[in-house]
Design a binder for this molecule. Structure first.
Ligand code: ZN
Length: 280
């Protein structure tokens, strides 16, 4: 594992810098696709160090997007922008968040629930709280909408059908989110991944960095990052980008999260999920 972080006054991606500014200007149809049809999501991504890299660089995965080297490029498809939110907005939202109540996330207990009586329990995979954004929800929705529309276009060359109402997550000391894919679950019997929700791109915007631990780890890609306050991170929601929020060992970590459904990708559900914010 290694870390990469950066600090510039402009929102510049690490790709932009390290690949000499060429990535954003490249026609996206000439690059390997980053979003897939639902049935393609069932094909297992295998982090084989000796196979050709998925990014089509011509290098082996182990010396490209899966490199264990301490100093390396971020894997293809992981887009990071330092200072995406300006300092003042970050500070205002962080100060606001500190004053707000949070609610520990719950999940439906399939064993104890019946259609008439849903039993919810704490989600043991995810020790974190959703902060009540109150009167600032709309402001946060607008921030995420702008970021998603902008970055989906610049990074992946795609437009969006919708994004989910953003949540501000608060991880106290001891908080974590075990490794998972945002749109897919693994069937333990067949060891294959299946798309379970209409998400194609995942977005995180960080409101602080004054904590210890809490790194974002991409285990299939041997990559770990600890973004600075104000950074935006976007990546495809499937299992290639399986990730974990490591345990916060001191302090409090805040991140705004949302997921978007890309235009032209077949949906698995008959309608957008309840919290979707539709785009035209
Ligand atoms: Zn590669």
């Amino acid at each position: 594992m290694n870390s990469a972080s950066d600090s510039n006054s402009d929102p510049v991606s690490i790709y932009d810098e390290l690949i000499k500014g060429s990535y954003m200007d490249m026609p996206k149809e000439t690059l390997p696709p980053l979003v897939f049809e639902p049935e393609e999501a069932e094909v297992n991504f295998s982090p084989d160090m000796n196979a050709a890299c998925y990014c089509a660089s011509g290098k082996l995965f182990g010396s490209c997007c899966g490199s264990p080297d301490a100093i390396r490029l971020p894997p293809y498809g992981l887009f990071m922008f330092e200072n995406y939110l300006d300092e003042e907005t970050v500070k205002t939202l962080r100060d606001f968040a500190d004053q707000r109540d949070g609610e520990r996330l719950m999940v439906i207990d399939d064993d104890k629930s019946t259609p008439e009586n849903i039993v919810k329990v704490y989600d043991e995979r995810r020790i974190t709280e959703r902060v009540d954004l109150g009167e600032r929800q709309q402001e946060v929705n607008d921030i995420i909408q702008t970021a998603f529309v902008d970055l989906a276009d610049k990074c992946v060359g795609k437009s969006l059908d919708w994004f989910e109402k953003p949540s501000l997550m608060r991880y106290h000391e001891g908080g974590f989110y075990v490794r998972h894919a945002d749109s897919e679950n693994m069937d333990p019997d067949t060891c294959t991944w299946h798309k379970v929700i209409d998400r194609d791109l995942s977005m995180l915007i960080y409101l602080n960095d004054d904590y210890e631990g809490g790194e974002l780890s991409f285990y299939n890609l041997n990559y770990q990052v600890r973004p600075r306050a104000g950074a935006a991170v976007m990546f495809p929601s499937g299992h290639r980008y399986l990730h974990q929020a490591e345990t916060v060992t001191s302090g409090v970590r805040y991140a705004i999260v949302s997921w978007a459904s890309v235009s032209g990708v077949s949906k698995i559900a008959t309608q957008p999920i309840e919290s979707a914010i539709l785009l035209d």
